[in-house]
Design a binder for this molecule. Structure first.
Ligand SMILES: Nc1ncnc2c1ncn2[C@@H]1O[C@H](COP(=O)(O)OP(=O)(O)OP(=O)(O)O)[C@@H](O)[C@H]1O
Ligand SMILES: [Mg+2]
Length: 307
């Protein structure tokens, strides 16, 4: 497993082999704990960006002069999976791995820092009021996320299923270009295998039925989550909303009546104040409806949307 090979390479006898590999295939570094402690001011509260299921995320500046995130992950499996997968992928719409530290019980992953945060911050968080995501930006983010996923599903070898596509895992660089992040739940799909069965992980509201019910993982799980994400980008509604009467409604249930009536304009985020391309809006909603079709056979593949 790459993760353990990397871990071993902190010992001198393994170091040379890894350095040779690194220069060829792995453009990442091995960090010392001291460097990451210094960079994050000993994981100071002021450096903390957020917290997810696996641990906390911090920003910091290393001696290399680049701003990075030290991602302190508690689940060992998640770190191993993430390093193994990120070590394999290179795409303009996937978050790059800078390197990592592994020692004792500590595992820290270092990524590129994304100054425009995640989609969730713009759609529902602190930056929602600033309305920085105009319609062209939203469409570029949707296409970029689709291209990142299309690469994972169709170009990476072996193919990769992300399994946790959601707004907090789509980060935005200085140009608001989408970078799909967080590969802790991802699965490598061996050649010739159509699906795997795994324990259900992921985020409520984004999970395809066949995965949520039976743990069946295939590309169509990501296609479903992408459809939910696309509706969220268009309408800025959370995937599941609690209505005043306490009933929970998902995004697909919310848009379906508008689609049936052809009232697409009602689906657009009110923050856009009517400034969107009507034809693009209709196409994007119809793509999202196909992606979230209950029958995976009716879903498109990521390659249809991205190209
Ligand atoms: N490289 C990065 N640059 C900027 N912000 C980041 C970066 N990586 C993560 N974040 C932000 O840090 C926060 C925590 O991320 P993390 O992935 O741990 O949790 P999450 O996505 O909120 O939930 P989950 O654990 O379910 O994925 C999120 O708001 C995420 O957008
Ligand atoms: Mg995340």
């Amino acid at each position: 497993m790459i993760f353990w090979r990397c871990f071993c390479c902190i010992y001198p006898e393994e170091h040379q082999e890894i350095s040779e590999n690194k220069s060829k295939d792995y453009p990442w570094d091995i960090y010392s704990l001291k460097e990451l402690l210094l960079a994050t001011n000993i994981f100071h509260q002021n450096n903390k960006i957020g917290e997810g299921a696996f641990g906390s995320v911090y920003w910091g500046r290393t001696s290399k002069g680049i701003e990075v995130i030290g991602n302190e992950r508690k689940g060992r499996d998640g770190v191993a999976v993430e390093v193994e997968i990120l070590g394999r992928v290179r795409h303009k719409n996937l978050l790059g791995l800078r390197g990592f530290y592994a020692g004792g019980d500590e595992r820290l992953i270092v990524y590129d820092y994304m100054p425009n945060h995640s989609l969730i911050t713009h759609l529902h968080g602190q930056l929602a009021e600033d309305c920085l995501l105009d319609w062209p930006r939203r469409m570029r983010i949707a296409i970029g996320s689709a291209e990142g996923l299309a690469y994972l599903h169709h170009e990476a070898n072996p193919h990769i299923i992300h399994k946790d596509i959601k707004a907090s895992n789509v980060l935005l660089d200085t140009e608001f270009e989408a970078k799909v992040a967080d590969f802790g739940f991802a699965k490598l799909i061996p050649e010739g295998v159509t699906h795997l069965t795994t324990r259900v992980k992921g985020t409520l509201g984004y999970l395809a039925l066949e995965y949520a019910m039976w743990g069946k993982v295939s590309e169509s799980c990501d296609v479903y989550s992408f459809g939910i994400l696309l509706l969220e980008i268009i309408g800025a509604k959370k995937p599941i909303e609690k209505l005043p009467d306490g009933v929970k409604r998902d995004n697909v249930q919310w848009v379906t009546p508008y689609v049936q009536k052809g009232a697409f304009n009602h689906i657009a985020d009110p923050m856009l104040k009517g400034k969107f391309d009507r034809d693009q809006l209709k196409s994007a909603v119809m793509i999202a409806m196909r992606c979230t079709d209950g029958n995976p056979e009716n879903q498109p593949s990521m390659i249809c949307k991205a190209r």
